[in-house]
Design a protein around this ligand. Structure first.
Ligand SMILES: NC(=O)c1ccc[n+]([C@@H]2O[C@H](COP(=O)([O-])OP(=O)(O)OC[C@H]3O[C@@H](n4cnc5c(N)ncnc54)[C@H](O)[C@@H]3O)[C@@H](O)[C@H]2O)c1
Length: 464
């Protein structure tokens, strides 16, 4: 094993296991660069993991291969990232030829497992985008492959890294409200961002596992981390009442739709040069349509969802996800034996927001944004006392500043201890998708689903 690889493995395994420990051995840039191969040259792959790593970390890492099934998107991705490497449409050949240290998986959710398992079997460490996977059988196969390989798998949960979410973790870790007993968490996607999931593969259960998995994995991971326990039982409700078959009008896709002058959701992908180059111009290779009709009949995921989750430490969670809200934002409240924490983001009625919902979606998706600092409040209200407002400095772009901090911790500042344990391993990835998978099963069966009935993992009372 080469020196740089050994050092990276030390780092990555400690990140996955216990990021509170200082990682003094880590210095992989000194002799040889970390060799990275990436599969899935879509928007997430080429922006956040591609161009950003090339721009910010080229002194310590290098891309040795990019892979995608779409040769047009692959060629565009290579040029866009600025990586100086070969491209492949055959994943196994790329790994055999290039023997990377780390494989980054950014394909669609339902095939993450194929690349994770193959890369582990071929002696690579793996970083996968969320969600870890889309069903319980794939989840078991991934956990088994990781164990057998002795390699490491981490999940790119960026939301944990936003300063706002970290502050909530700090308040809970410091027992600011005594023993935590229950949590209310409600997430509202607006008619730009929420609708965007119904335009492409995310709208199909077999590709995304539904938003219970694709989107809510972020939320359940935050909750598992904040609550510091693991889910034991899930009861859920859900339906499709707005998108898909529910409209009286529909077309093939927005660009050539006969309803473009009247449909509120009309969107011209060709007005965005980047998206045109990445998707519309590459349709000829694989028929991947990025601006599908939101009202096509084959959409089979839920657009309203709610769940009750019981945790192994007896905390009760009430959760909901809405996908056609007039505004984009979220609310969380934690009840404890000594008080309550309330936190919220982007609720327009709570502050004078000078940004439109469309602009907000653009800013949120901008993975390179270095925008001005903002302050967001968290309310700490102890029993029998007046409430206190804690102002947290944060950014809007790159998932609340979480994107950059996640990468810095992975590649640059790994020796700095993280008392909040923000790096997520395969168990975290599994526990977050298992809630969504259990929620789907609960809706189908009308019964509460025990996590221990769909996984070999036994929920732990305490994560730390
Ligand atoms: N953490 C976050 O905040 C965040 C944000 C956006 C996306 N993501 C995740 O990143 C992943 C990619 O999302 P995206 O929006 O870039 O999707 P995308 O559809 O734009 O890109 C996926 C790419 O994978 C390729 N692909 C699909 N199947 C393949 C196969 N069998 N072999 C090789 N290539 C294949 C497609 O051609 C496409 O280029 C998803 O898992 C998504 O959940 C995470």
């Amino acid at each position: 094993m080469k020196a740089s690889r050994r050092k990276f493995l030390t780092s990555i395994s400690m990140l996955a296991a216990a990021s509170a420990m200082p990682i003094n051995q880590f210095n992989f840039g000194s002799k040889e660069k970390l060799k990275i191969a990436l599969v899935g040259t879509g928007i997430r792959g080429i922006t956040f993991w591609g161009k950003r790593l090339v721009d910010e970390y080229s002194d310590i890492l290098e891309f040795v291969g990019l892979c995608d099934i779409n040769p047009g998107r692959l060629a565009y991705g290579l040029a866009y990232t600025g990586a100086a490497c070969d491209t492949y449409t055959d994943f196994e050949k790329m790994i055999r030829d290039k023997q990377p240290n780390l494989v980054i998986v950014t394909t669609k959710d339902s095939n993450h497992h194929q690349f994770i398992i193959k890369a582990l079997e071929m002696d690579c460490d793996v970083l996968t985008e969320k969600p870890l996977t889309t069903d319980e059988d794939k989840c078991e196969a991934i956990l088994k492959a990781e164990k057998k390989s002795g390699r490491n798998l981490i999940v790119g949960f960026n939301y944990r890294w936003s300063p706002y979410n970290t502050k909530i973790k700090e308040l809970l870790t410091n027992n600011s409200i005594g023993k935590l007993t229950s949590v209310d968490f409600h997430w509202y996607l607006n008619t730009y961002h929420g609708a965007s999931y119904f335009r492409r593969w995310h709208g199909q259960m077999e590709s995304s596992g539904s938003l219970w998995v694709h989107k809510a994995t972020h939320h359940f991971d935050l909750l598992n981390w904040w609550i510091n326990s693991e889910p034991s039982e899930v009861f859920a409700l859900g339906d499709l009442e707005f998108y898909g078959k529910n409209s009286s009008i529909r077309g093939k896709n927005c660009r050539n739709c006969t309803h473009k002058n009247t449909c509120e959701f009309y969107w011209d992908i060709n007005k965005n040069t980047f998206l045109k180059n990445l998707y519309a111009d590459q349709e000829k290779y694989d028929d991947y349509i990025r601006d599908n009709c939101l009202f096509r009949e084959e959409i089979n995921i839920y657009d309203k969802m709610s769940a009750q989750v019981k945790y192994a430490n007896n905390v009760q969670l009430n959760y909901s996800l809405t996908t056609y809200s007039p505004f984009e934002g979220w609310r969380v409240a934690f009840n404890g034996t000594e008080g309550r924490i309330e936190a919220f983001m982007d609720i327009p009625y709570y502050k004078n927001m000078d940004i439109s919902q469309a602009e907000m979606h653009t800013a949120e998706m901008d993975q390179s944004s270095e925008d001005a600092k903002e302050y967001e409040p968290i309310i700490l209200h102890k029993l029998w006392k007046d409430f206190e407002t804690i102002e947290v400095e944060m950014e809007r772009g790159g998932h609340g500043g979480g994107d950059q901090r996640l990468q810095d911790k992975m590649f640059r500042t790994t020796t700095i201890p993280d008392p909040y344990g923000r790096t997520a391993g395969s168990r975290d990835g599994a526990m977050s998708v298992l809630i969504g998978i259990a929620a789907r099963k609960s809706i189908e069966s009308g019964q509460a689903i025990k996590i221990s009935n769909i996984s070999s993992l036994s929920p732990k009372t305490s994560r730390s």
